[in-house]
Design a protein around this ligand. Structure first.
Ligand code: NDP
Length: 450
């Protein structure tokens, strides 16, 4: 459709050197033809042009002192993409690969993901090109304090509520919250993913991974199948991967692999998930250390990840679950997965599948659960944390888990019904893009030109 082509062209021209952002926008816009064609108002009111332009972008210097007394400088970001459906909401990522393109793609995806939850949430993302690896606790604290000293003026419990992402867990959220409280003199739900002792929700740590498992279970259920005995390849060994593996284990699936930036760990009879979790969480070990504990496993190292690819996608399996980072399944990986019998993919990481790989999956009828739906359990539980903070209540873990399961099932039902209406019920990529877009676009129309 010409209107969509024109918007895509203008996104490319006005956001040069932002390949990840363009990729995310192109994937969404190229699948909403039918709804945009069916409603002239979207074009008349420039809904697409507004949707792809963040409402506000803060890019700032983050100076901090390392343990040797040397001044270090990083670049901080907070991109407030859309407040159409609620306060800006989305995580902070601390990783050397963070740049404007990465934060914008994540923010854009977050807008539609948050819309799919049906909860009152806008979309945002932020972070810094800071590498937490190898830093002392004091260095992490000083970095977080400096980052928050600028960020605090942009956020608030009803304005913008950041959470964690890669490199930002409960420790970082604790330091960020402490500094916010100090300089604003407010104890409020301005961040989610907080340690429970200071207002965090039960199960927020587990929520994204558990949510992916609940979504995957709904996908299999729709095919009249279940997770029992299914051979699963997981990538990543961080927050999302570990809790996804824990839940899959409870569903009696067989987890063959996981990975970190050093390589892939594989065990043909299935990994001891509790041991991997213990090694990572309690001992901070790397995956290759696991070999000392279990003889039947193998570790395939990688030089440069993700550019060199991961061996994880080269094994035979029924289901692939990417949970590390963006574009980690390439066209070649997708071909190998299909050849080795994989018929289901469920995305834990954000945009882990390249555009070429998506095409391979589509051409081979692989049933794919897209990240903006499958990993929305994290942000949904963040909203539960906001609700608990605002009402000064604490919900039990069982209550949170029940609500999380309801949200994931409802997201699956919504996007599957939308997919059926516009194409076929298994095209969940199309279903998620259209359902998310319609919610945001229709609210934008009601709010006038803002
Ligand atoms: P973590 O930092 O906890 O874990 C990331 C894992 O991926 C680590 O095992 C890391 O290995 C591995 N990894 C390897 N290469 C890279 C790379 N180039 N960049 C980043 N990570 C790499 O992050 P999360 O588990 O929180 O996030 C994983 C994915 O899930 C991301 O795409 C994130 O945006 C998405 N997500 C996370 C949510 C959350 O609630 N945490 C919510 C929704 C989505 P190593 O340890 O060696 O670095």
């Amino acid at each position: 459709m010409q209107y969509i082509e024109e918007v895509l062209q203008s996104v490319k021209e006005s956001n040069p050197n932002e390949p990840e952002f363009y990729q995310a926008v192109e994937e969404v816009l190229s699948s909403i033809n039918q709804v945009v064609e069916g409603n002239n108002e979207y074009q008349q009111q420039a809904i697409l042009e507004r949707l792809v332009e963040p409402e506000r972008q803060a890019i700032f210097r983050v100076p901090w002192l390392d343990d040797n007394g040397k001044v270090q400088v990083n670049r901080g970001f907070r991109i407030e993409f859309s407040s159409t459906l609620g306060p800006y909401k989305g995580g902070l990522r601390f990783h050397p690969s963070v740049n404007q393109s990465v934060v914008k793609f994540l923010g854009f995806e977050q807008v539609l993901k948050n819309a799919l939850t049906g909860l009152p949430l806008g979309g945002a993302k932020g972070g810094a090109d800071f590498n937490p690896k190898g830093k002392s606790d004091n260095e992490i604290m000083r970095f977080c304090q400096s980052y928050m000293t600028e960020l605090y003026r942009h956020i608030g419990a009803n304005t913008d509520v950041p959470a964690g992402d890669i490199g930002v867990g409960a420790r970082e959220i604790g330091y960020l919250f402490g500094q916010y409280k100090r300089i604003s003199n407010q104890f409020e739900g301005v961040l989610t993913g907080k340690p429970e002792i200071m207002g965090g929700s039960s199960l927020r740590t587990e929520a994204t991974g558990y949510g992916v498992a609940y979504f995957l279970s709904a996908m299999l259920d729709a095919k009249g199948d279940s997770l029992r005995g299914k051979r699963c390849l997981v990538s990543g060994a961080g927050n999302v991967a570990l809790y996804l593996m824990e839940k899959l284990d409870q569903y009696d699936a067989v987890i063959l692999s996981c990975s970190d930036s050093k390589g892939t760990l594989y065990c043909k009879d299935g990994l001891d998930v509790a041991l991997v979790k213990h090694l990572k969480n309690e001992q901070g070990a790397e995956l290759r250390d696991y070999l000392n504990e279990l003889k039947d496993s193998e570790f395939t190292p990688v030089n440069q990840y993700p550019s060199d690819g991961h061996h994880v996608w080269r094994y035979e399996a029924d289901i692939a679950l990417p949970c590390a980072t963006q574009n980690e399944i390439t066209e070649k990986d997708a071909e190998a997965l299909v050849e080795n019998g994989c018929s289901v993919v469920c995305e834990g990481a954000n945009m882990p599948t390249t555009a070429d790989a998506l095409k391979v999956f589509k051409d081979n009828d692989v049933f794919l659960g897209p990240s903006k739906a499958a990993n929305a359990g994290g942000v949904a539980t963040s909203q539960f944390e906001m609700a608990q903070n605002a009402s000064m209540q604490k919900w039990r873990a069982e209550q949170v888990d029940e609500k999380l399961q309801q949200v994931m099932k409802s997201i699956f039902d919504t996007i599957s019904a939308t997919a059926k209406q516009y194409s076929n019920e298994h095209d969940l990529v199309l279903g998620a893009n259209i359902a998310g877009f319609e919610r945001v676009a229709d609210a934008m129309l009601k709010q006038g030109v803002v």
